[in-house]
Design a protein around this ligand. Structure first.
Ligand SMILES: NCC(=O)N[C@@H](Cc1c[nH]cn1)C(=O)O
Ligand code: ZN
Ligand code: ZN
Length: 520
């Protein structure tokens, strides 16, 4: 049955528009519940979640207030504090919790040059009933950097809840809201006196936004130990494709992140004195960076597109059925500057083709004003989102060759170095598994519509590691929507998505418990 949906445009603080959504009435929900032969205790769980919504928003407010930015050494104590916050909340809920140290970080130091500790991984178990299935959930408690001066309309680490339900704050959707969703689901079961349907294993890390440093080793080590009981894995760390239809995700792109450093003079120079007499690192760097990709996103590095899996007839037919509107993309983008005008090419570009993005230049003058400096050493940063059947080593080799040749063509006397800061594999799984069936039923129960089955352009580096180390099916079950602005200014999570998302995570666990034991 289609969901009843009314749309009402309203202004966003950044000048674009969004839509207020109105959801299923109680009789329609009840009818669908009968159709889905639902676990009756879910009604009690849902009412409990509704009655605790203020408390759950308060918990999110406390989490957002901790600026757990993993890419900034100065914020590392806050990342650690966030790990402890989660551990304390889980302990209060009766989970058995461990804070696992991951050792020292390679490539980043404290301001005084001393080695920086990686933040701990929060490992927790809730329930150990042999008669129940065990679900392993993963999320991350670190966030992307955010400064009010980047253009935020509100304080990024102060959760701001508007009357229309939008909750602005760094990490609200990526990934503190979804991580707290699991804790909230446990608490609502306890308060409602409803038996928790599965055993829950939890793994929450604090370095995801910096390439999940150190986590692969822990997962591989614990695959057959701490995680040995896991029957399946669920990750809530991505977004709906649009704003109207929920989705279940079975594929991610990988991410290889590169640095290219060019240096020459011993110190920054006065361009009046040395301009025209010294070869300038910045001039070389922008030419090298410009050689990587064109305006239409076509990667110029030989040996990348050659690795991409061909489109099968089955895949070609998938895209038109997906609920995705170019209009919603323009809304999320805040402009109409898309490379493609049509849905199919856009989805293919996001899901199944590689892309190369140039992110920034370290050491370059970037403040307002007109400083006449010649930077002595500049480091360009770019990344490639990788897809089936690209290989990390082949891709790195192709990038290094291209950058070296592009620099050699300049015949510069400066010095160039290129390296991969971190690499992460793409992942594509089978959605034909009880884990996905349970999530699809939960989605229909909570949102009143079947989910789309989607792939995603972003990366969660450890997804493949979990699949390989546990040998179990991995499902991505998103909470937020496409307009949430993860990694961007004014990141938000809609209150509706948070509260219904908590219901969804709990309902998924109930359906997991009901799925036939002989499948998967
Ligand atoms: N919500 C997932 C996410 O944002 N992942 C990051 C992971 C990453 C990869 N390399 C650096 N960070 C992403 O950018 O996709
Ligand atoms: Zn994330
Ligand atoms: Zn992220």
């Amino acid at each position: 049955m289609p969901r009843i949906l009314l749309r009402q445009p309203s202004r966003l603080t950044n000048g674009t528009t969004t839509h207020t959504r109105h959801y299923l009435t109680a009789p329609i929900r009840a009818h669908q519940a009968r159709k889905l032969k639902m676990a009756p205790q879910l009604d009690g769980y849902f009412s409990q979640v509704d009655s605790m919504s203020d408390h759950f928003i308060e918990r999110l407010r406390q989490a957002v207030a901790i600026p757990s930015v993993s890419s900034e050494a100065a914020r590392r104590p806050d990342v650690v504090r966030m790990g402890h916050f989660l551990a304390d909340e889980l302990t209060k809920l009766g989970a058995t919790v461990e804070l696992r140290p991951l050792g020292k970080q390679v490539g980043m130091t404290n301001a005084d040059g001393s080695a920086l500790d990686l933040p701990p991984v929060v490992l927790a178990r809730y329930g150990s009933d042999k008669a129940k299935r065990t679900i392993l959930v993963y999320g991350h408690y670190d966030v992307q950097p955010a400064e009010r001066s980047d253009g935020w309309d509100t304080e990024p680490f102060d959760l701001t809840v508007l009357d229309d339900g939008r909750m602005f704050g760094r990490g609200s959707t990526d990934d503190k809201g979804p991580v707290l969703g699991w804790l909230n689901a446990i608490e609502a079961h306890q308060k409602a006196g409803i038996d928790f349907p599965v055993n829950l294993l939890m793994c929450f890390e604090g370095m995801e936004e910096y390439g999940s440093d150190g986590l692969d080793d822990l997962i591989n080590e614990e695959g057959k130990k701490y995680f040995a009981d896991a029957d399946a894995v669920c990750i809530s760390d991505n977004y709906w494709l649009g704003t109207e239809r929920p989705c279940l995700t079975y594929g991610l792109r990988g991410c290889n992140y590169y640095s290219v450093e060019i240096s020459g003079p011993g110190a920054d120079l006065h361009s009046g004195v040395f301009g025209g007499t010294a070869q300038e690192p910045m001039t070389d760097l922008v030419r090298v960076l410009a050689s990587l990709v064109d305006t239409d996103g076509v990667i110029q590095v030989q040996g990348i597109k050659e690795q991409v899996a061909p489109v099968t007839a089955e895949e070609a037919g998938l895209y038109e059925g997906i609920a995705f509107e170019m209009e919603t993309l323009h809304e999320s983008l805040g402009s109409k500057t898309t490379i493609f005008e049509d849905k199919k090419s856009t989805l293919m570009a996001r899901w199944r083709n590689p892309s190369l993005s140039v992110h920034g230049i370290e050491g370059a003058f970037s403040a307002p004003g007109a400083k006449t400096v010649i930077p002595a050493k500049v480091t360009g940063k770019f990344s490639i989102r990788t897809v089936p059947n690209m290989e990390v080593d082949k891709t790195n080799a192709a990038v290094y060759k291209h950058v070296e040749e592009a620099f050699a063509k300049l015949k510069s006397k400066n010095t160039m170095k290129v390296w991969a800061q971190h690499t992460g594999n793409w992942w594509v799984a089978s959605p034909k598994h009880w884990n996905f069936n349970a999530a699809a039923k939960a989605t229909e129960r909570v949102w009143g519509m079947k989910p789309d089955f989607t792939r995603e352009g972003g990366s969660i580096p450890v997804t493949l590691t979990f699949e390989q180390a546990t040998g179990k099916n991995v499902l991505l079950l998103p909470m937020g929507s496409s307009t949430d602005g993860a990694h961007s200014i004014n990141e938000k999570l809609d209150k509706k998505n948070y509260i219904e998302g908590i219901k969804l995570l709990g309902a998924y666990l109930h359906y997991v418990a009901e799925e036939p034991k002989n499948e998967g």
